[in-house]
Design a protein around this ligand. Structure first.
Ligand code: SF4
Ligand code: SF4
Length: 164
């Protein structure tokens, strides 16, 4: 069976090539966290297990902060793992967080563009009136597509995983 940790290592090295290829459209930087402040954060059972591992490795104070954030979490709201504008489980973050920031072709053949293109950030110079005027990554980077070789994948929003 595929090992998720090995899979993530390979995914990260592939993604770093994509970020490099697309670098003229990307302006991600530390403390730019608006992509973690609003969203659904869909993730699979595999990613949830990995994220739980990351949570377990946190110091007690950070764990308490994350727990408090989970109590206040709203659907579509801020990710509980965002603390002082930084992801506290960065090495363990879900696939969508690793891919986020890139524009890529998804299953319907249409380019998926990060929403911050509308906020003057990534791809904002190339994305006008819903049309992307540059070549996106030519691989479907949706979580379900990337995990296609894993058995029994279940994908839910973070809020729904913790409110079952
Ligand atoms: S994807 Fe957009 S919002 Fe997120 S860090 Fe990059 S520039 Fe900032
Ligand atoms: S897990 Fe980390 S990178 Fe992903 S949304 Fe939450 S804070 Fe952001």
């Amino acid at each position: 069976m595929l090992n998720y940790r090995e899979f993530i290592k390979k995914l990260d090295s592939g993604l770093s090539l994509y970020f490099d290829e697309q670098k003229s459209f990307i302006c991600c930087k530390k403390y730019c966290s608006s992509c973690c402040e609003k969203g659904d954060y869909p993730l699979s059972n595999y990613e949830l297990d990995f994220l739980t591992e990351g949570y377990s490795a946190l110091d007690n104070l950070t764990k308490i902060q994350v727990q408090e954030n989970f109590k206040k979490m709203e659907k579509g709201g801020q990710c509980p793992f965002l603390i002082n504008k930084v992801c506290c489980v960065y090495e363990y973050r879900p696939i969508i967080c690793r891919v986020h920031g890139l524009a890529y072709i998804c299953s319907n053949g249409i380019a998926k563009v990060p929403y911050c293109a509308n906020e003057g950030k990534n791809y904002s110079n190339e994305y006008k009136s819903g049309v992307l005027n540059c070549e996106p990554v030519k691989e479907n980077l949706d979580t379900a597509a990337l995990l296609k070789d894993f058995p029994d994948v279940v994908i839910k929003n973070l809020y729904d995983w913790i409110n079952i």
